[in-house]
Ligand binder design. Structure first.
Ligand code: SUG
Length: 444
């Protein structure tokens, strides 16, 4: 039987508010605020525990090594690691902030994943995102490739590709711009790629960067061996990007045959619905469109509440549930739409609101924090067991967080050699907990 496994990003010890992501309104608004890495990591672990409690299979992706000293060496800094950090911080706190972001926690941007039911060779294909749009995120691609290759190392079942070429033609943000629609988890269905920009044509009307290109989406579909009949490439609306939807998953989420989205998410909604219906006819699923209209739910409320950055999950009994940020419950228009859906004729039977405020303050909701991987029983057996979560392992990780993480971090802390040492001790202990060997550069 095929299942969806959510691989949540574990928040790293450098979680901070650097204000690094233009077009991400929360990141911009919270620049310079003191963060709470311990609280952030515990909130994320609580979400994982919740999903296990609902009967789902839960995985984890470890944080990356930050501050990233190899990144500073690459731009000319020399000396011991501590000296490099302190000198770079003296020269440019902003450079060190870029090298210190804990942004790998948003694993919806780690890779694009195609289920074996979709790919030409029946294996699960994963392409790590190059994230070229933002310098602090582009740093992630190489380690993500290494981490995914260690976790999905059984090449009989998995094909982990290299990231796409790191240039603006192939700007790739991973699963945050990728949806699947099908009659159920194991069934063949439609892969819906959403891009913000056609890099071979000029584009006007954009106030913020459109991070995902059509060319990247097409390249990933080719690499994964997807057929034309099972793919669709649609454009994000400029209206949504300009309002702060820097990824499509801020305005849309799918699960099985349900598309849960805002009226302003796509450039041409009527065309999208028509195309999805036609594809559904040949692929054997009947789409359910749950669309919120502008009148009842202004885009501004969508962005501040992150309603559509929810996880839409199928429980073992076949019901669907929503995992939402608590901000949705606090936003009257967003909550009203959820209640309307719960009362309506559709598969969603319950909504769970979670406190993820630490991540939300950097523009990352429940859906940003997870990478979905659909796998059948033999594929699941090929996944590195150390990253599969149980309540006991979550207990152990909570203890690890309490032992190693600070509960307050500000920009000035990032340039401190003692803090660098602290983060490395934490990650060293983590690789032992997860049985991942020498995963990081500083361990090699
Ligand atoms: O890429 N924020 C992330 C948030 C990613 C959310 N992911 C999805 N929508 N799937 C980003 O903008 C902010 C970091 C800072 O400012 O310190 C940041 O990287």
């Amino acid at each position: 039987m095929s299942q969806e496994i959510n691989f949540d990003g574990l928040v790293g010890p450098t979680h901070n508010y650097g204000g690094l992501s233009r077009g991400n309104l929360a990141s911009d608004k919270n620049r310079g605020r003191a963060s709470n890495p311990r609280g952030a990591a515990l909130q994320g672990l609580e979400k994982m525990r919740k999903l296990i409690g609902l009967g789902l299979t839960q995985g984890l992706l470890p944080p990356q090594e930050r501050p990233f000293i190899p990144g500073l060496r690459a731009v000319g800094y020399t000396g011991t690691d501590g000296q490099i950090l302190e000198k770079a911080f003296q020269d440019s706190p902003a450079l060190v902030a870029n090298m210190s972001a804990a942004s790998s926690m948003w694993t919806a941007n780690a890779a694009t994943v195609s289920a074996g039911s979709q790919t030409s060779d029946g294996r699960v294909h994963l392409t790590p995102a190059n994230l070229v749009a933002m310098p602090h995120r582009a740093l992630e691609a190489e380690q993500t490739h290494r981490t995914l290759s260690a976790i999905f190392k059984d090449t009989n079942h998995f094909n982990v590709h290299a990231p796409l070429p790191a240039n603006s033609l192939f700007g790739d943000e991973g699963a945050a711009n990728h949806n699947r629609l099908a009659s159920g988890h194991g069934a063949k269905g439609l892969e819906l790629f959403v891009y913000g920009r056609d890099a071979l044509r000029g584009q006007s009307g954009l106030k913020f960067p459109a991070r995902q290109t059509l060319q990247a989406s097409e390249a990933v579909a080719r690499l994964h061996g997807l057929s034309d009949g099972e793919t669709l490439f649609v454009r994000q609306s400029a209206e949504a990007i300009n309002a702060g939807a820097f990824h499509n998953d801020v305005v849309c989420v799918t699960n099985d045959n349900v598309l849960f989205f805002h009226e302003a998410a796509f450039e041409d909604t009527a065309l999208l619905e028509k195309q999805v219906l036609a594809k559904g006819n040949t692929l054997g699923f009947k789409p359910v469109f749950l669309m919120a209209k502008r009148d009842a739910l202004p885009l501004q409320d969508v962005i501040s509440s992150y309603l559509f950055n929810s996880q839409l999950i199928t429980l073992p009994n076949g019901d669907m549930n929503l995992i939402l940020p608590i901000e949705t419950e606090e936003t009257a228009s967003a909550k009203a739409f959820v209640d309307e859906c719960l009362a309506g004729d559709n598969p969603i039977t319950a909504a769970h609101y979670m406190d993820l405020r630490q991540s939300m303050s950097n523009g990352g909701g429940p859906a940003c924090l997870r990478l979905r991987v659909q796998a059948n029983a033999s594929q699941q057996a090929g996944i590195h067991g150390g990253v599969m979560m149980t309540p006991a392992k979550i207990d152990a990780l909570e203890n690890w967080v309490r032992q190693h993480y600070r509960d307050r971090l500000i920009a000035d802390d990032l340039g401190d050699a003692a803090f660098l040492q602290e983060t490395r001790e934490a990650l060293d202990a983590l690789t032992q907990l997860l049985d991942l060997g020498s995963l990081y550069d500083f361990q090699r």
